[in-house]
Write a protein that binds this ligand. Structure first.
Ligand SMILES: Cc1ncc(COP(=O)(O)O)c(C=O)c1O
Length: 396
Protein backbone atom coordinates (compact mmCIF):
# COMPACT_ATOMS: atom_id res chain seq x y z
CA UNK A 1 0.00 0.00 0.00
CA UNK A 2 1.28 3.45 -0.84
CA UNK A 3 2.41 5.49 2.14
CA UNK A 4 2.25 9.26 2.16
CA UNK A 5 5.30 11.32 2.89
CA UNK A 6 5.53 13.81 5.71
CA UNK A 7 6.46 17.32 4.50
CA UNK A 8 9.44 17.47 6.83
CA UNK A 9 10.78 14.20 5.44
CA UNK A 10 10.76 15.61 1.93
CA UNK A 11 12.49 18.70 3.17
CA UNK A 12 15.11 16.93 5.23
CA UNK A 13 15.89 14.08 2.97
CA UNK A 14 15.77 15.63 -0.41
CA UNK A 15 16.90 19.23 -0.29
CA UNK A 16 16.65 22.13 2.14
CA UNK A 17 13.54 24.23 1.67
CA UNK A 18 15.34 27.54 1.26
CA UNK A 19 17.59 26.20 -1.45
CA UNK A 20 14.76 24.48 -3.21
CA UNK A 21 12.48 27.47 -3.25
CA UNK A 22 15.21 29.65 -4.63
CA UNK A 23 16.04 27.06 -7.22
CA UNK A 24 12.58 26.43 -8.47
CA UNK A 25 11.09 29.85 -7.90
CA UNK A 26 7.97 28.16 -6.61
CA UNK A 27 6.05 28.55 -3.39
CA UNK A 28 6.42 25.40 -1.32
CA UNK A 29 2.85 24.22 -1.80
CA UNK A 30 3.18 24.27 -5.61
CA UNK A 31 6.41 22.35 -5.90
CA UNK A 32 6.09 19.11 -7.83
CA UNK A 33 5.87 16.23 -5.39
CA UNK A 34 8.62 13.63 -5.61
CA UNK A 35 7.58 11.36 -2.76
CA UNK A 36 11.00 9.79 -2.65
CA UNK A 37 10.48 8.16 0.71
CA UNK A 38 7.87 5.83 -0.70
CA UNK A 39 9.55 2.86 -2.39
CA UNK A 40 6.34 1.98 -4.26
CA UNK A 41 6.29 5.20 -6.24
CA UNK A 42 8.53 5.60 -9.26
CA UNK A 43 10.56 8.77 -9.01
CA UNK A 44 11.11 10.68 -12.21
CA UNK A 45 14.68 11.45 -13.23
CA UNK A 46 15.07 15.19 -13.35
CA UNK A 47 17.20 17.69 -15.27
CA UNK A 48 17.94 19.95 -12.31
CA UNK A 49 21.40 18.70 -11.42
CA UNK A 50 23.75 15.80 -11.83
CA UNK A 51 23.70 15.83 -8.02
CA UNK A 52 20.12 14.56 -8.15
CA UNK A 53 21.23 11.21 -9.56
CA UNK A 54 21.86 8.23 -7.35
CA UNK A 55 24.97 6.13 -7.02
CA UNK A 56 26.16 4.29 -10.11
CA UNK A 57 26.54 0.48 -9.86
CA UNK A 58 30.34 0.52 -10.06
CA UNK A 59 30.68 2.90 -7.11
CA UNK A 60 27.99 1.06 -5.17
CA UNK A 61 29.67 -2.31 -5.64
CA UNK A 62 33.05 -0.95 -4.62
CA UNK A 63 31.46 0.52 -1.52
CA UNK A 64 29.91 -2.83 -0.65
CA UNK A 65 33.23 -4.58 -1.23
CA UNK A 66 34.88 -2.21 1.25
CA UNK A 67 32.19 -2.94 3.81
CA UNK A 68 33.89 -6.02 5.13
CA UNK A 69 35.07 -6.55 8.64
CA UNK A 70 37.42 -3.97 10.10
CA UNK A 71 40.04 -1.73 8.53
CA UNK A 72 42.42 0.91 9.82
CA UNK A 73 40.91 4.38 10.02
CA UNK A 74 41.79 7.93 8.86
CA UNK A 75 43.08 6.85 5.45
CA UNK A 76 45.56 4.26 6.67
CA UNK A 77 43.69 1.49 4.83
CA UNK A 78 44.21 -0.50 1.62
CA UNK A 79 41.27 1.11 -0.21
CA UNK A 80 42.61 4.62 0.25
CA UNK A 81 46.01 3.48 -0.94
CA UNK A 82 44.56 1.70 -3.95
CA UNK A 83 42.28 4.59 -4.89
CA UNK A 84 45.22 7.01 -4.71
CA UNK A 85 47.27 4.70 -6.93
CA UNK A 86 44.43 4.46 -9.45
CA UNK A 87 44.31 8.26 -9.63
CA UNK A 88 48.09 8.33 -10.17
CA UNK A 89 47.62 5.79 -12.97
CA UNK A 90 44.83 7.87 -14.48
CA UNK A 91 47.03 10.96 -14.65
CA UNK A 92 50.17 8.98 -15.48
CA UNK A 93 52.23 10.80 -12.89
CA UNK A 94 53.27 10.70 -9.25
CA UNK A 95 50.72 13.13 -7.84
CA UNK A 96 49.67 13.57 -4.20
CA UNK A 97 46.03 12.64 -3.61
CA UNK A 98 43.62 13.55 -0.78
CA UNK A 99 39.96 12.59 -0.47
CA UNK A 100 37.46 15.09 0.93
CA UNK A 101 33.70 15.13 1.26
CA UNK A 102 32.67 17.78 -1.25
CA UNK A 103 33.69 20.29 -3.87
CA UNK A 104 33.54 23.36 -1.67
CA UNK A 105 36.03 21.82 0.74
CA UNK A 106 38.24 20.59 -2.08
CA UNK A 107 38.39 23.99 -3.78
CA UNK A 108 38.72 26.05 -0.62
CA UNK A 109 41.42 23.96 0.97
CA UNK A 110 43.35 23.55 -2.26
CA UNK A 111 43.26 27.30 -2.87
CA UNK A 112 44.25 28.03 0.71
CA UNK A 113 47.29 25.81 0.30
CA UNK A 114 48.43 27.82 -2.72
CA UNK A 115 48.51 31.27 -1.17
CA UNK A 116 48.90 33.43 1.94
CA UNK A 117 46.20 35.69 3.30
CA UNK A 118 47.70 38.78 1.66
CA UNK A 119 47.54 37.17 -1.79
CA UNK A 120 44.68 37.15 -4.29
CA UNK A 121 42.98 34.41 -6.29
CA UNK A 122 41.80 35.28 -9.78
CA UNK A 123 38.79 33.49 -11.17
CA UNK A 124 35.90 34.00 -13.58
CA UNK A 125 33.16 36.20 -12.22
CA UNK A 126 30.67 33.32 -12.22
CA UNK A 127 33.11 30.71 -10.89
CA UNK A 128 31.69 28.36 -8.29
CA UNK A 129 34.44 29.45 -5.88
CA UNK A 130 33.13 33.00 -6.15
CA UNK A 131 29.37 32.55 -6.32
CA UNK A 132 28.51 29.22 -4.70
CA UNK A 133 30.89 28.49 -1.85
CA UNK A 134 29.62 30.94 0.71
CA UNK A 135 33.01 32.62 1.03
CA UNK A 136 34.75 29.36 1.99
CA UNK A 137 37.86 30.01 -0.16
CA UNK A 138 38.38 33.35 1.60
CA UNK A 139 37.54 31.82 4.98
CA UNK A 140 39.93 28.88 4.75
CA UNK A 141 42.74 31.07 3.41
CA UNK A 142 42.27 33.57 6.22
CA UNK A 143 40.96 36.35 4.03
CA UNK A 144 42.73 35.94 0.69
CA UNK A 145 40.89 38.20 -1.73
CA UNK A 146 39.14 36.77 -4.77
CA UNK A 147 39.50 39.02 -7.84
CA UNK A 148 37.04 38.58 -10.67
CA UNK A 149 37.92 38.26 -14.32
CA UNK A 150 35.33 38.36 -17.13
CA UNK A 151 35.18 36.24 -20.24
CA UNK A 152 32.62 34.86 -22.69
CA UNK A 153 30.80 31.54 -22.10
CA UNK A 154 32.13 31.13 -18.56
CA UNK A 155 35.76 31.02 -19.68
CA UNK A 156 38.47 33.36 -18.44
CA UNK A 157 39.64 35.81 -21.03
CA UNK A 158 43.42 35.81 -21.14
CA UNK A 159 43.85 39.53 -21.76
CA UNK A 160 41.48 40.35 -18.90
CA UNK A 161 43.42 38.02 -16.61
CA UNK A 162 46.66 39.76 -17.46
CA UNK A 163 45.09 43.20 -16.99
CA UNK A 164 43.88 42.23 -13.53
CA UNK A 165 47.33 40.97 -12.54
CA UNK A 166 49.17 43.99 -13.93
CA UNK A 167 46.62 46.52 -12.72
CA UNK A 168 48.75 47.31 -9.71
CA UNK A 169 52.04 46.15 -8.29
CA UNK A 170 52.29 48.25 -5.15
CA UNK A 171 52.15 46.93 -1.62
CA UNK A 172 48.55 48.06 -1.12
CA UNK A 173 47.13 45.66 -3.72
CA UNK A 174 46.41 42.00 -2.77
CA UNK A 175 49.27 40.26 -4.54
CA UNK A 176 47.95 37.99 -7.33
CA UNK A 177 49.08 34.44 -6.64
CA UNK A 178 46.62 31.91 -8.05
CA UNK A 179 44.40 31.61 -11.07
CA UNK A 180 41.44 29.28 -10.69
CA UNK A 181 39.69 27.84 -13.73
CA UNK A 182 36.69 25.54 -13.92
CA UNK A 183 36.69 22.61 -16.37
CA UNK A 184 33.96 21.98 -17.55
CA UNK A 185 32.75 25.50 -16.78
CA UNK A 186 29.71 26.51 -14.78
CA UNK A 187 27.98 27.26 -18.10
CA UNK A 188 28.54 23.82 -19.55
CA UNK A 189 31.33 24.90 -21.87
CA UNK A 190 34.75 23.28 -22.08
CA UNK A 191 38.19 24.89 -22.37
CA UNK A 192 40.06 23.45 -25.34
CA UNK A 193 43.57 22.06 -24.90
CA UNK A 194 45.03 25.16 -26.54
CA UNK A 195 43.03 27.49 -24.32
CA UNK A 196 44.26 25.68 -21.23
CA UNK A 197 47.86 25.69 -22.37
CA UNK A 198 47.63 29.40 -23.09
CA UNK A 199 46.32 30.07 -19.57
CA UNK A 200 48.97 27.79 -18.05
CA UNK A 201 51.77 29.52 -19.98
CA UNK A 202 50.52 33.00 -19.18
CA UNK A 203 50.06 32.09 -15.51
CA UNK A 204 53.69 30.91 -15.33
CA UNK A 205 54.87 34.10 -16.98
CA UNK A 206 52.88 36.14 -14.47
CA UNK A 207 54.13 34.13 -11.49
CA UNK A 208 50.72 32.57 -10.78
CA UNK A 209 49.89 29.09 -9.60
CA UNK A 210 47.03 27.30 -11.34
CA UNK A 211 44.06 25.63 -9.64
CA UNK A 212 41.39 23.74 -11.54
CA UNK A 213 37.86 23.20 -10.22
CA UNK A 214 37.20 19.86 -11.88
CA UNK A 215 33.78 19.09 -10.45
CA UNK A 216 32.98 18.02 -14.05
CA UNK A 217 36.50 17.30 -15.23
CA UNK A 218 35.38 13.87 -16.44
CA UNK A 219 32.76 15.46 -18.69
CA UNK A 220 35.47 17.67 -20.17
CA UNK A 221 37.73 14.68 -20.84
CA UNK A 222 34.85 12.84 -22.49
CA UNK A 223 34.04 15.82 -24.67
CA UNK A 224 37.59 16.55 -25.74
CA UNK A 225 38.62 12.91 -26.17
CA UNK A 226 42.06 13.49 -24.68
CA UNK A 227 44.07 11.85 -21.91
CA UNK A 228 43.44 13.37 -18.47
CA UNK A 229 47.09 14.45 -18.26
CA UNK A 230 46.70 16.58 -21.40
CA UNK A 231 44.24 18.95 -19.75
CA UNK A 232 45.76 18.88 -16.28
CA UNK A 233 49.46 18.84 -15.42
CA UNK A 234 50.64 18.95 -19.01
CA UNK A 235 48.65 22.16 -19.43
CA UNK A 236 50.24 23.70 -16.34
CA UNK A 237 47.66 22.85 -13.68
CA UNK A 238 49.24 22.63 -10.21
CA UNK A 239 46.21 21.35 -8.30
CA UNK A 240 43.07 19.71 -9.59
CA UNK A 241 39.90 19.20 -7.56
CA UNK A 242 38.62 16.10 -9.28
CA UNK A 243 34.89 15.62 -8.97
CA UNK A 244 33.41 12.24 -8.14
CA UNK A 245 29.90 13.11 -6.98
CA UNK A 246 28.55 14.39 -10.28
CA UNK A 247 30.14 11.48 -12.09
CA UNK A 248 28.06 8.89 -10.19
CA UNK A 249 29.71 8.51 -6.81
CA UNK A 250 27.76 8.90 -3.56
CA UNK A 251 29.94 11.78 -2.48
CA UNK A 252 33.55 12.80 -2.44
CA UNK A 253 36.12 14.69 -4.46
CA UNK A 254 39.84 14.10 -4.80
CA UNK A 255 42.35 16.91 -4.39
CA UNK A 256 45.19 16.05 -6.74
CA UNK A 257 48.49 17.93 -6.37
CA UNK A 258 50.64 17.60 -9.46
CA UNK A 259 53.22 19.74 -7.72
CA UNK A 260 53.94 17.71 -4.55
CA UNK A 261 55.62 20.64 -2.78
CA UNK A 262 52.29 22.41 -2.70
CA UNK A 263 50.77 19.46 -0.84
CA UNK A 264 52.96 20.01 2.20
CA UNK A 265 50.88 19.59 5.38
CA UNK A 266 47.65 19.43 3.36
CA UNK A 267 46.63 16.51 5.57
CA UNK A 268 46.63 18.86 8.58
CA UNK A 269 44.56 21.37 6.63
CA UNK A 270 41.99 18.65 5.89
CA UNK A 271 41.88 17.53 9.50
CA UNK A 272 41.45 21.06 10.83
CA UNK A 273 38.63 21.71 8.36
CA UNK A 274 36.76 18.57 9.38
CA UNK A 275 37.59 16.81 6.11
CA UNK A 276 39.60 13.86 7.41
CA UNK A 277 37.09 11.02 7.34
CA UNK A 278 37.64 8.49 10.11
CA UNK A 279 36.13 5.73 7.93
CA UNK A 280 38.10 7.00 4.94
CA UNK A 281 37.79 3.71 3.07
CA UNK A 282 34.17 4.59 2.24
CA UNK A 283 35.21 7.88 0.65
CA UNK A 284 38.01 6.17 -1.22
CA UNK A 285 36.49 2.86 -2.33
CA UNK A 286 34.01 4.30 -4.87
CA UNK A 287 36.97 5.76 -6.77
CA UNK A 288 38.30 2.25 -7.25
CA UNK A 289 34.98 1.18 -8.75
CA UNK A 290 34.90 4.23 -11.00
CA UNK A 291 38.48 3.92 -12.20
CA UNK A 292 39.15 0.22 -12.58
CA UNK A 293 37.08 -0.39 -15.71
CA UNK A 294 36.62 3.07 -17.13
CA UNK A 295 33.19 3.71 -15.58
CA UNK A 296 34.17 7.37 -14.99
CA UNK A 297 34.55 7.96 -18.72
CA UNK A 298 31.52 5.91 -19.76
CA UNK A 299 29.24 7.76 -17.38
CA UNK A 300 30.60 11.19 -18.27
CA UNK A 301 30.36 10.44 -21.99
CA UNK A 302 26.81 9.20 -21.57
CA UNK A 303 25.73 12.33 -19.67
CA UNK A 304 27.29 14.48 -22.40
CA UNK A 305 25.53 12.50 -25.14
CA UNK A 306 22.17 12.92 -23.39
CA UNK A 307 22.75 16.68 -23.22
CA UNK A 308 23.68 16.69 -26.91
CA UNK A 309 20.46 14.81 -27.69
CA UNK A 310 18.43 17.26 -25.63
CA UNK A 311 20.12 20.20 -27.32
CA UNK A 312 19.39 18.74 -30.73
CA UNK A 313 15.72 18.21 -29.91
CA UNK A 314 15.01 21.61 -28.41
CA UNK A 315 17.36 24.09 -30.07
CA UNK A 316 14.97 24.99 -32.89
CA UNK A 317 11.85 25.31 -30.77
CA UNK A 318 10.20 28.69 -31.36
CA UNK A 319 10.44 30.93 -28.30
CA UNK A 320 13.50 29.20 -26.91
CA UNK A 321 16.99 30.59 -27.07
CA UNK A 322 20.06 28.46 -26.39
CA UNK A 323 22.44 30.60 -24.34
CA UNK A 324 25.83 28.89 -24.59
CA UNK A 325 27.47 26.21 -26.75
CA UNK A 326 26.56 22.73 -25.48
CA UNK A 327 29.89 21.08 -24.76
CA UNK A 328 29.43 19.01 -21.59
CA UNK A 329 26.37 17.60 -19.85
CA UNK A 330 24.14 20.67 -19.66
CA UNK A 331 22.09 22.92 -21.89
CA UNK A 332 21.29 26.50 -20.89
CA UNK A 333 18.28 28.21 -22.44
CA UNK A 334 16.18 31.31 -22.10
CA UNK A 335 12.46 30.55 -21.77
CA UNK A 336 9.40 32.73 -21.37
CA UNK A 337 8.18 32.70 -17.75
CA UNK A 338 4.91 30.98 -18.70
CA UNK A 339 6.82 28.11 -20.31
CA UNK A 340 8.84 27.67 -17.11
CA UNK A 341 5.60 27.60 -15.16
CA UNK A 342 4.15 25.07 -17.55
CA UNK A 343 7.20 22.80 -17.22
CA UNK A 344 7.02 22.99 -13.45
CA UNK A 345 3.33 22.17 -13.59
CA UNK A 346 4.23 19.10 -15.64
CA UNK A 347 6.49 17.99 -12.82
CA UNK A 348 9.89 18.98 -14.17
CA UNK A 349 12.52 20.46 -11.91
CA UNK A 350 15.43 22.59 -13.14
CA UNK A 351 17.48 25.51 -11.91
CA UNK A 352 17.02 29.08 -13.08
CA UNK A 353 19.70 30.85 -11.06
CA UNK A 354 23.01 29.30 -12.15
CA UNK A 355 25.68 31.31 -13.91
CA UNK A 356 24.14 34.24 -15.72
CA UNK A 357 20.51 33.22 -15.36
CA UNK A 358 18.41 31.29 -17.84
CA UNK A 359 17.29 27.71 -17.30
CA UNK A 360 19.88 24.98 -16.84
CA UNK A 361 18.97 21.49 -18.02
CA UNK A 362 21.52 19.02 -16.77
CA UNK A 363 21.98 15.36 -17.63
CA UNK A 364 23.46 12.66 -15.42
CA UNK A 365 25.06 9.27 -15.73
CA UNK A 366 21.60 7.68 -15.51
CA UNK A 367 19.57 9.99 -17.77
CA UNK A 368 17.90 7.90 -20.47
CA UNK A 369 17.00 8.73 -24.05
CA UNK A 370 13.37 8.36 -23.04
CA UNK A 371 13.84 10.94 -20.26
CA UNK A 372 15.27 13.35 -22.78
CA UNK A 373 12.49 12.72 -25.28
CA UNK A 374 9.77 13.14 -22.64
CA UNK A 375 11.31 16.36 -21.40
CA UNK A 376 11.74 17.74 -24.92
CA UNK A 377 8.15 16.86 -25.82
CA UNK A 378 6.82 18.65 -22.75
CA UNK A 379 8.98 21.63 -23.54
CA UNK A 380 7.64 21.77 -27.09
CA UNK A 381 4.11 21.72 -25.74
CA UNK A 382 4.91 24.37 -23.16
CA UNK A 383 6.18 26.62 -25.94
CA UNK A 384 3.50 25.81 -28.50
CA UNK A 385 1.46 28.69 -29.94
CA UNK A 386 -1.54 29.22 -27.73
CA UNK A 387 0.12 27.65 -24.71
CA UNK A 388 1.55 31.00 -23.70
CA UNK A 389 0.05 34.44 -23.32
CA UNK A 390 1.36 36.40 -26.34
CA UNK A 391 3.29 38.88 -24.13
CA UNK A 392 5.56 36.06 -23.01
CA UNK A 393 6.92 35.18 -26.47
CA UNK A 394 10.56 35.94 -27.06
CA UNK A 395 11.37 38.09 -30.03
CA UNK A 396 14.87 37.54 -31.36
C1 LIG B 1 31.63 24.03 -10.81
C2 LIG B 1 31.40 23.37 -9.48
N1 LIG B 1 32.41 23.27 -8.62
C3 LIG B 1 32.26 22.64 -7.45
C4 LIG B 1 31.06 22.09 -7.08
C5 LIG B 1 30.97 21.29 -5.80
O1 LIG B 1 30.22 21.84 -4.82
P1 LIG B 1 29.73 21.06 -3.52
O2 LIG B 1 30.43 21.71 -2.39
O3 LIG B 1 28.27 21.30 -3.50
O4 LIG B 1 30.11 19.62 -3.64
C6 LIG B 1 29.95 22.22 -7.92
C7 LIG B 1 28.63 21.71 -7.52
O5 LIG B 1 27.61 22.14 -7.93
C8 LIG B 1 30.13 22.87 -9.16
O6 LIG B 1 29.11 22.99 -10.02
Amino acid sequence: MARSIAPHAFQLHYFPAAYTKAAMGLPRARRPSMQIMNPDIKVRRQFASDNYAGICPEAWEALAAANRSHARSYGDDPWTEQASDRIRDLFETQCEVFFVFNGTAANSLALASLCHSYHSILCHDIAHVETDECGAPEFFSNGTKVLLVPGPDGKLELAALERMVRRRSDIHYPKPKVVSITQATELGTVYSVDELRAIGDRARALGLRVHMDGARFTNAVAELGVAPKTISWQAGIDVLCLGGTKNGMPLGEAVVFFNPEMAAEFDYRCKQAGQLASKMRFLAAPWIGMLENGAWLRHAGHANRMAARLHEKIRALPGLQVLFPRQANSVFVQLPPAAIESMHARGWLFYTFIGQGGCRFMCSWDTTEQDVDDFAADLAQSLAPGALPSGDRLTG
